[in-house]
Ligand binder design. Structure first.
Ligand SMILES: C[S@@+](CC[C@H](N)C(=O)[O-])C[C@H]1O[C@@H](n2cnc3c(N)ncnc32)[C@H](O)[C@@H]1O
Length: 232
């Protein structure tokens, strides 16, 4: 069995900087998702479910500029959630943000379902394919029919040269900002062995099986891709 990655305090401190090297377009992803949600939600008051809200970057990217949006963020890591809470407080968003430590199973089902949801950089930390599907199905159950959903994840077929090519680009981001090559090699091996890569077609299949339609990839940088879709 693969060793799971848990977000402890050391990783939390390094998270914001490292992610922006690992995904040079990281901030742009949030800008694009904001535009997508805005176009779908039509400036109305809207409730957003943020799965894997640790770190708080969804809150800080979307909260200040969309005053009618409220956020329910869920994440099992207390340390990552503490960072999210700090950002919410600093930006004066507390009245529009609820944070839940746990998984999607800890999000209460209520009569009013969510208007939109995101699951950014979470799916590849779940190793079992059925568990990935379970998570996506649970997100779908929390959404109103037609609600937009965004998924961002590492993807690719581990045995395919296509992924190896993208891994080389990913490594070059780190070399270019001054990481030593031995360290970059080690990080490349770690991500391939500890993260759970599945092919793009498998990701699309899981989304369909979970009850999402109009699935399309809107983004790809290095090892990561982003998909937009709608709850049926
Ligand atoms: C790489 S961080 C991404 C955080 C944030 N979405 C972002 O893009 O900055 C991954 C987060 O997923 C969380 N996570 C891991 N397994 C999860 C699960 N089953 N449900 C929700 N969050 C999970 C981790 O605790 C961590 O905070």
């Amino acid at each position: 069995m693969k060793e799971e990655i848990t977000f402890n305090s050391k990783m939390v401190l390094a998270y914001d900087a490292n992610t922006r090297i690992s995904i040079p377009t990281y901030d742009l992803i949030f800008t694009m998702v904001q535009s997508y949600f805005r176009a779908q939600l039509d400036e109305k008051a809207a409730s957003l479910l943020v799965v894997g809200a640790g770190g708080g970057n969804e809150l800080s990217a979307w909260g200040p500029y969309n005053s009618k949006w409220t956020f329910t963020g869920v994440d099992p890591s207390a340390e990552m959630l503490a960072m999210a809470k700090n950002k919410a407080v600093q930006l004066g968003l507390e009245s529009r943000v609820q944070l839940i430590q746990g998984t999607i199973d800890d999000v209460r089902h209520s009569d009013s379902k969510y208007d939109a949801a995101s699951c950014i950089l979470v799916l590849h930390f779940i190793h079992d394919e059925q568990e990935k599907l379970k998570l996506l199905r649970a997100i779908k159950k929390h959404l109103k029919p037609g609600a937009p959903f965004v998924l961002v994840s590492a993807y690719g077929d581990l045995y395919d040269a296509e992924l190896r090519n993208r891994l080389n680009i990913w490594k070059s981001f780190f070399l270019d900002v001054g990481y030593e090559s031995a360290k970059v090699e080690e990080m490349g091996n770690t991500i391939l062995t500890k993260a759970s890569f599945i092919s793009e077609s498998k990701i699309e299949q899981l989304l369909r099986e979970a009850g999402f339609t109009n699935i399309g990839r809107f983004h790809s940088t290095g090892l990561f891709g982003g998909w937009i879709c709608h709850a049926e």
